[in-house]
Design a protein. Structure first.
Length: 403
């Protein structure tokens, strides 16, 4: 089958959660299909990164991405539109034209729009099947529902109302929508057309490669893997350093915390100051750093989807202490596969249990590895390919829409 894949993120190097998912899904699709990739890129793509994607895709088209600017003319005019301002302001005519040109010459049998940003570009392809892959709505919905300031809540409520209308209008031209968790499916099913099938395709890990990582874990070492440029990661570390890590240091003063991921343009001086905290920056081999740590902490309070950092840590044999928010959508058993706590004192207590008890660490390490065996990207890829085969077996013509 000929698949045109539209991506908000250039997938290589796969150095954030979105890119990891896209890269592994493309590898799975490549096993059975021809693929043309049209991808935005937030920065220049190196020759080696382009070559890496050309080994997976038959063609690769790269378009520079311009993010949302609230003070732009288009964004200001968007205040009077029923379409979300971000959709209006970030629209790329160049991407739309490339998708149209590929469709005209290559005639894809299926268009996959990865994430909500790419949905409108899929509409440039007429009379074909369309899939929206990984629709995530928990972040904007929670931002609206949890806001307490009246004026801000009204503004976020208007944004959510526009997003609902936009999704119902746009997704009427789609044949399938995928999400990563039960929670996301429940939310998506409330706001999308009733006729749209919504299926869970979870996040995963490359278990075969991870089984080959052999690093001796260092006692007294905790790790948090996630770029602090992402607001949910920054909030997690502000919470951990301000309310949890000092409690751990009182009982185990030799404990070190490694925070991996890019800190470019991040105001780390605004984080609470603690001893024994090390910002590693982006690591080419973050798996070895995770496998070499005694435990992984995931004190997330915001965000949606399922956390690749949790799956990967468990797959590498590194026990995880997390908030309930951090493991939303994952099939894990508390106190068997993973340790959970939302209260700072309880979180510190659970972390100290693993830090100070070698037998407990070994038990959670083994249980975690077993618990994520069904989150293998190879199995997830097979699931997605079956869904796509079912999708194209339905003889349905789609309307062409523009917004």
């Amino acid at each position: 089958m000929r698949i045109l894949f539209l991506s908000r993120w250039f997938p290589y190097p796969a150095d954030n959660g979105s890119k990891i998912r896209i890269f592994n899904i493309l590898k799975s699709l490549r096993a059975e299909h021809e693929i043309v990739l049209a991808s935005f890129a937030t920065e220049s793509v190196s020759a080696s990164s382009l070559a890496a994607m050309q080994t997976i895709c038959d063609e690769v088209h790269v378009i520079p991405y311009r993010g949302f600017r609230a003070d732009s003319r288009k964004a200001r005019l968007g205040l009077f539109s029923p379409t979300p301002r971000s959709v209006i302001d970030t629209f790329s005519q160049e991407m739309f034209d490339i998708v149209s040109a590929v469709a005209a010459t290559w005639q894809p049998e299926l268009v996959i729009a990865s994430q909500i940003d790419m949905a409108r570009y899929a509409l440039a392809v007429e009379n074909t099947h369309r899939v929206l892959e990984e629709l995530e709505l928990a972040v904007p919905y929670d931002a609206y529902q949890n806001e307490r300031h009246l004026l801000t809540r009204l503004r976020k409520g208007l944004t959510w109302w526009k997003l609902e209308r936009y999704l119902r209008r746009t997704l009427s031209a789609f044949d399938l929508c995928t999400v990563v968790s039960v929670g996301e499916r429940e939310l998506v099913s409330k706001v999308c057309p009733a006729t749209l099938p919504v299926h869970i395709v979870p996040n995963g890990a490359d278990l075969q490669r991870m089984d080959e990582v052999h690093v001796e874990p260092e006692p007294d070492t905790l790790i948090y893997s996630g770029a602090l440029s992402f607001y949910a990661n920054f909030d997690a570390m502000r919470y951990f350093l301000g309310e949890i890590f000092p409690l751990i240091l009182e009982q185990a003063p030799a404990t070190r915390l490694l925070i991996t991921g890019s800190i470019q343009d991040v105001a780390i001086d605004q984080l609470p100051q603690c001893q024994n905290v090390y910002f590693t920056g982006y690591l080419d081999d973050v798996w070895s750093a995770v496998a070499g740590s005694w435990a992984s902490v995931v004190p997330l309070r915001l965000g949606g989807g399922t956390r690749l950092k949790v799956i990967e840590s468990l797959a590498l044999g590194t026990p995880v202490i997390s908030t309930h928010k951090g493991v939303e959508g994952l099939s894990l058993t508390p106190n068997e596969d993973i340790l959970l706590a939302d209260d700072p004192h309880k979180f510190a207590e659970q972390t100290l249990l693993v830090l100070q008890n070698t037998e407990a660490r070994q038990r959670f390490s083994q249980a975690g590895r077993r618990a994520v065996r069904h989150y293998d990207w190879s199995l997830i890829g097979q699931q997605l390919n079956c869904l796509l085969a079912e999708t194209i077996s339905q003889d349905r013509r789609f309307p062409h829409r523009t917004f």
